[in-house]
Design a protein around this ligand. Sequence first.
Ligand SMILES: NC(=O)c1ccc[n+]([C@@H]2O[C@H](COP(=O)([O-])OP(=O)(O)OC[C@H]3O[C@@H](n4cnc5c(N)ncnc54)[C@H](OP(=O)(O)O)[C@@H]3O)[C@@H](O)[C@H]2O)c1
Length: 346
Amino acid sequence: MEALLCKSLGDPTEPISLTSPISISRTHPIPKLNSPTSIRIRVKATSLNYANYLQILGKYQEKFPLPFVPGSDYSGVVDAIGNKVTKFKVGDKVCSFAATGSFAQFIVADENDLFLVPDGCDLLTAGALPVAYGTSHVALVHRAQLSPGQVLLVLGAAGGVGLSAVQIGKVCGAIVIAVARGAEKVQFLMSLGVDHVVDLSKDTITESVKEFLKARKLKGVDVLYDPVGGKPTKESMKLLKWGAKILVIGFASGEIPVVPVNIALVKNWTIHGLYWGSYKIHKPDVLEDSLKELLSWLARGLITLNISHTYRLSEANLAFAAIKERKAIGKVMIAFDDHSTVRSKI
Ligand SMILES: NC(=O)c1ccc[n+]([C@@H]2O[C@H](COP(=O)([O-])OP(=O)(O)OC[C@H]3O[C@@H](n4cnc5c(N)ncnc54)[C@H](OP(=O)(O)O)[C@@H]3O)[C@@H](O)[C@H]2O)c1
């Protein structure tokens, strides 16, 4: 089968060659069922997450022995089932996530780790949902318990997790403030009905949000969703009100921010570190319920995923470039088979 291999750590945006960090294997062995409850899936689509980029660079918190097949969330069709599988049959449309391995034509998973994609949901879209939307749903709904009328400030709001936080915030009835860079991203966020957008290419977060809060007679931000870190986090902290919640999601800026705990004390802030993948070990029920709810929202049209770039596996370096160069609005995907859906904007 075709699979993407990371053979050495380095920049995955380098043109693919025999010596580049990533390369395509066309003779990678098709994975075999490994238990009576295992299922083999023919992958239809797999999404790129910033974490996949960091893993290949060797800068992610988890390290994998080389060579490895990167890729975490995916959708596809059940291709083969173990003799004790009860929940799925060959031909079912499913989605899921793994630590590694989805940048390949086939992947094997246990039936308990798979989710049925409801009728009416596009399979490509379902492959973009688990990591980004799962993270934001657990963060906003389970941890922050975001409620109608609360003010949610989302950094990196046009990125993978950011855009999912914006949409989930709207579903929860929050007043959503989005921070992104550039006219195209701002326009897109406005089209989603976001209450206020800060364009970092011309505005500062503090001033722009203060003006908005004043005009709407709001006291401050209740929940900060932060996948970026660095200066934007520092600025955002000036806007948090008494009792605010800070959701620490990631550090796309490369800078780990410092939260002044003396101010956290005085203002009664709660800081939530959130590592979504670890819920699978520590609170699998929360994660399962969350993904099921998201898939039902998708089927009912409450959320619509935006896929700005779709590539073939052989173009994976271009897909990583869309992430690195901050061109993505929503998700970047790799699609198998159905090349009619492939469109690349760079
Ligand atoms: N905690 C968890 O379980 C979890 C789960 C998923 C992701 N994450 C983390 O969340 C972060 C974002 O992931 P993602 O998949 O949403 O990435 P993404 O799609 O690439 O989005 C990142 C966004 O961050 C902004 N950004 C600001 N400074 C940046 C910089 N120097 N380089 C790149 N982007 C920058 C960009 O927005 P502008 O260009 O508009 O400024 C971009 O849209 C990553 O750190 C990732 O590891 C954590």
